[in-house]
Design a protein around this ligand. Structure first.
Ligand SMILES: Nc1nc2c(c(=O)[nH]1)N[C@H]1C(S)=C(S)[C@@H](COP(=O)(O)OP(=O)(O)OC[C@H]3O[C@@H](n4cnc5c(=O)[nH]c(N)nc54)[C@H](O)[C@@H]3O)O[C@H]1N2
Ligand SMILES: Nc1nc2c(c(=O)[nH]1)N[C@H]1C(S)=C(S)[C@@H](COP(=O)(O)OP(=O)(O)OC[C@H]3O[C@@H](n4cnc5c(=O)[nH]c(N)nc54)[C@H](O)[C@@H]3O)O[C@H]1N2
Ligand code: SF4
Ligand SMILES: [Mo]
Length: 757
């Protein structure tokens, strides 16, 4: 493939911008040039600065190239794949036989760029009888999903390309993106005098600096600010009564909660001048369209689920839904939210087996995992499969997480690199990278046109690694999930083509309770070999596309995938295989969002009494401004130019700030007598670390911020293992979490700073 431009995508954030890459260098194993792919339906040639460093992902010295087994002395030895699969299957089967499959916990399933492993893992999980799982979503989005579920049985996204008013709450899209071509969209919004950009953030972020209105809230005080915004809409009667009468139930109860709120007092607590808050509320109340994006600044903070509710009330009360420039419900290929329709129908979330926390979107809260493992309880998790995730680093309270992972009977890690989590494993199964196999993500949130991208491999995988589809198929086979006889009719049909496979697959597999849960790996085995070169791992997509076609036939038809029966899905699957830049699979009308509301009467259910006590409690007080022991609020895990979770492990990838400094306000730095670049001691109730500071006008006094994704250990050029920067979750605590969704307070960690002698 040397020299030619190949198409793929960036895997460093959820946008998955299309890329064109040139391959070369030693052994033709390197990216030599990288640029945005103009043919990509969403990113259209856009790319930020980060993908130019992707060779650090593909060619990491800590890349795993053979299955590893832990020895008694704690070191690892290489084993062959047959041994690895046999022993992993036997160890997990033993846990299942003794304690039941529920004792086998699954974590991960995909990062920013790869969601096919999670799809294949369902077969292994169902074979083992595993029931509980989690992923990073359960430390960010589950509170928002719960609110969306209760309001409308679904999730929403928003149209920032066309909104008149665009609001970012605890979100810094200039750095973190999250909207297609983020910087272009932000610049357009900023320069248009008829549009208003609002940022709610205690920091003067890059996004805040270009906004029309920056509500520079005190850290952790968003609930008061958002409640004040809603209260102003209610008290000044700037709500859309006609729209509400038609589309929303339960509004009277909501209005009653906000009529008596003292806007002045709440603004005072929030630290934002009342006049500016009123101006913002009026702008929201009179705009043609309002789009809102909430993210980690409130989702990983005090009152996080309540904040999600207050945010959504802003657009529910003003009718900013199912129209251009407002909130919408996208047509997914796979809904990453899981089924929210049950919440919409009033069915409460299930609970985790040990501590009884809410399982939202099928996910145990990340912060509960140590308790679910370490509590002496008959239903505790005893074994764990971690795939494409690094919970020993990314989940709160790394110390307790490590203790929990170490205490398991069996820990199996499927990853491409030696990570903090892999280091604790009993078995490590090395996967092909995302550039060595077909991959895709289910972060497909665009509207009215939504797209899906199956990326083709651009490198040969080295010997010794396998794609996850193959790993899961082998595990299922070793566990005796299906036999050759089961597959024989399917194999025979697949040889004749997909048309022949269809009736056999739907007849023999999907309507057979034993085989239906194994569909992903069965497709990989029977359809995979007949897919174009390198695309075998896309076999599961065929099944997913058929599901999507049944769920949203109109959207596919408008995108050109029409016909009877299986025809639209078959056409779409062909288009996906034949479009290395991605394909528009859904085209919607604005009002299609209404059809995706899953409440019994199809209306938004505005009243969520479960949250009213917390809302009322705001009247009593304020977020503590810190105490003598911990006078600062630390936000642990800010997105910066050169952070990308733990996807890039080599610290060399950072062009700037390689160690990830602690940002602190000029006022605090002066008071503490510390200057840019000096090292300080940063202490929380969990740990104490040394870190270099950077004095930054972005910060308000009392607030300090550490980047995410640092503190990884890595093999240096000299062969030693070195750790660079601070791992944020050494400083966080698992008990510090939202009472309802269990989401962590990573952005609000009480801390102390001392100058070093
Ligand atoms: N460069 C880069 N981009 C990324 C990633 C990455 O690692 N690096 N990761 C991706 C992932 S996984 C995600 S989930 C997204 C996250 O994207 P964001 O949520 O935008 O990222 P953060 O920087 O973690 O947090 C956003 C903001 O919250 C603010 N904040 C802190 N405390 C408070 C508070 O009390 N109230 C309010 N309102 N705001 C507060 C911070 O100042 C920060 O600007 O980014 C994605 N994009
Ligand atoms: N304190 C604090 N903690 C946080 C956050 C924060 O802001 N503050 N942010 C949180 C958020 S929003 C997120 S999303 C999480 C992210 O944390 P995690 O969900 O743990 O994900 P990543 O760090 O992205 O790690 C992805 C893993 O996948 C591996 N990988 C890459 N490609 C492949 C592949 O093709 N196959 C396999 N099997 N593995 C692969 C990588 O080597 C890496 O180990 O962190 C969370 N943790
Ligand atoms: S916006 Fe995200 S996906 Fe796009 S190039 Fe930057 S890091 Fe990669
Ligand atoms: Mo995330």
């Amino acid at each position: 493939m040397s020299g030619s431009w190949e198409k793929t995508a960036c895997i460093l954030c959820e946008c998955n911008c299309g890329l064109e890459v040139q391959i070369g260098g030693p052994g033709n194993q390197h990216f030599t040039r990288i640029r945005g792919d103009k043919a990509h339906p969403s990113s259209k040639g856009y790319a930020c600065e980060k993908p130019h460093r992707l060779d650090y992902y593909q060619n990491d010295p800590d890349r795993l190239t053979a299955p590893l087994r832990r020895k008694d002395d704690g070191t690892f030895e290489e084993i062959d794949w047959d041994t690895a699969i046999r022993e992993v299957a036997a160890r997990l089967a033993a846990v299942r036989d003794e304690h039941g499959g529920e004792a086998i916990f699954y974590y991960g399933g995909g990062g920013q760029g790869n969601h096919l492993p999670g799809a294949y893992s369902t077969a292994t999980r169902r074979t083992l009888g595993s029931r509980y799982r989690s992923s990073a979503l359960a430390q960010e989005k589950t509170g928002e999903f719960w609110v969306g579920g209760r309001l409308m049985g679904n999730m929403t996204r928003a149209d920032f390309e066309h909104c008149e008013v665009g609001i970012f709450i605890g979100k810094n899209p200039w750095q973190s993106h999250g909207l297609p071509r983020a910087r272009v969209t932000l610049k357009e919004m900023a320069k248009d005098p008829n549009r208003t950009m609002v940022v709610i953030d205690p920091r003067r972020t890059e996004t805040a600096a270009m906004a029309d209105i920056h509500l520079q809230v005190k850290p952790g005080a968003d609930a008061w600010l958002l409640a004040a915004l809603v209260a102003i809409l209610v008290q000044e009667d700037r709500i859309n009564h006609a729209w509400i009468a038609e589309h929303v139930d339960g509004v009277q109860d909501v209005l009653a909660e906000f009529r008596e709120i003292s806007v002045a007092a709440y603004c005072e607590v929030s630290g934002v001048p009342e006049e500016l808050v009123r101006e913002t509320a009026r702008r929201i109340g009179t705009a043609e369209s309002v789009a809102i994006f909430e993210d980690l600044g409130i989702q990983m903070n005090k009152h996080s689920t309540l904040n999600s509710y207050l945010n959504k009330l802003l657009w529910v009360l003003t009718g900013n839904f199912a129209k251009r420039g407002a909130q919408y419900v996208p047509a997914p290929i796979v809904a990453i939210t899981g089924k929210l329709d049950k919440l919409g129908a009033g069915v409460e979330a299930k609970r985790s087996p040990v501590v009884g926390d809410r399982i939202i979107s099928g996910l145990t809260p990340c912060n509960s995992i140590p308790d679910e493992i370490l509590t002496d309880h008959p239903k505790r998790y005893r074994a764990m499969i971690v795939e494409s995730g690094n919970p020993a680093h990314s989940v709160a309270d790394s110390q307790r997480m490590r203790e929990a992972l170490r205490s398991l009977d069996t820990l199996v890690v499927i990853d491409i690199a030696m990570t903090e989590t892999a280091r604790l494993a009993d078995y490590i199964l090395p996967a092909a990278t995302q550039y060595e196999k077909a991959e895709a993500t289910f972060f497909n949130f665009e509207f009215p046109e939504n797209y899906f991208h199956v990326r083709h491999p651009v490198f040969e995988a080295p010997d010794g690694v396998l794609p996850e589809a193959e790993i899961h198929a082998r595990l299922c086979e070793e566990l005796g999930a299906y036999t050759d006889e089961d597959l024989e009719p399917l194999r025979a049909a697949a040889k004749l083509g997909r048309a022949a496979l269809l009736p056999v697959f739907f007849g023999n597999v999907l309507s057979n309770p034993k085989l239906a849960p194994l569909a992903p790996v069965i497709l990989y085995r029977v359809l995979g070999p007949h897919l174009p070169d390198g695309l075998a791992s896309a076999a599961v997509v065929w099944g997913l596309v058929h599901q999507a076609a049944r769920a949203n036939p109109g959207s596919l038809r408008r995108a050109g995938f029409d016909g009877d029966g299986f025809e639209p899905a078959e056409k779409l699957f062909d288009a996906i295989l034949g479009s290395p830049s991605g394909v528009v699979f859904a085209v919607d009308e604005q009002d299609e969002s209404w059809a995706r509301i899953h409440t019994p009467n199809g209306k938004i259910q505005a009243s969520i009494p479960d949250l009213f006590d917390e809302l009322r409690s705001l009247a009593d007080g304020s977020e503590s401004a810190g105490d003598a022991t911990f006078p600062f609020v630390l936000s642990a895990g800010e997105r910066r130019s050169f952070t990308a979770n733990t996807i890039l492990r080599d610290p060399e990838w950072r062009k700037k700030d390689p160690e990830g400094s602690l940002r602190i306000s000029p006022q605090d730095a002066a008071r503490l007598g510390i200057a840019d670049g000096v090292h300080v001691r940063l202490t929380t109730k969990r740990a104490s670390v040394e870190v270099a500071i950077s004095v930054s006008g972005m910060m308000q006094p009392g607030h300090v911020s550490l980047p995410n994704g640092l503190g990884l250990d890595h093999t240096s050029n000299g062969g030693d293992r070195v750790q660079t920067g601070v791992a944020p979750n050494e400083l966080t605590a698992s008990e510090d979490r939202d009472w309802l969704a269990g989401t962590p307070w990573h952005k609000h960690v009480p801390a102390r700073i001392e100058a070093l002698a």
